[in-house]
Design a protein around this ligand. Structure first.
Ligand code: SF4
Length: 105
């Protein structure tokens, strides 16, 4: 390790020691699904249901969104929540994908 690298390393150690709480909070902040992720692209996921290409997905209907999908595990009134199709990430409550299944009434 060069002197320069050692100095940078020591600065990072100091920063991480002083910002440990922040880093922990960031680590616990759920990551949103990116529409460009391969899995999202494969499922036609859109974070905004109004942006879904209805011609490409003929089963799509404007009222369909993650928050009223059977697979959505988010809490009511929250902007995002987990979906088992995107493990470890969150989908927008107003999102949509081609695996949409209407919640049983
Ligand atoms: S399966 Fe349902 S909750 Fe999951 S991304 Fe698709 S529409 Fe949203």
């Amino acid at each position: 390790m060069t002197t320069s690298n050692r100095r940078i390393f020591m600065q990072l150690v100091a920063i991480s020691a002083t910002t440990g709480a922040t880093a922990t909070a960031l680590a616990q902040t759920p990551v949103m699904v990116n529409e460009k992720d391969p899995a999202a692209v494969g499922l036609g996921y859109a974070a905004d249901t109004t942006k879904v290409d209805a011609k490409k997905y003929p089963k799509y209907a404007a009222a369909q969104m993650c928050s009223n999908c059977q697979l959505y595990a988010g809490k009511a009134k929250e902007a995002a929540g987990p979906c088992p199709l995107f493990a470890g990430k969150q989908v927008s409550a107003k999102g949509w994908c081609s695996a949409y299944v209407a919640k049983a009434a």
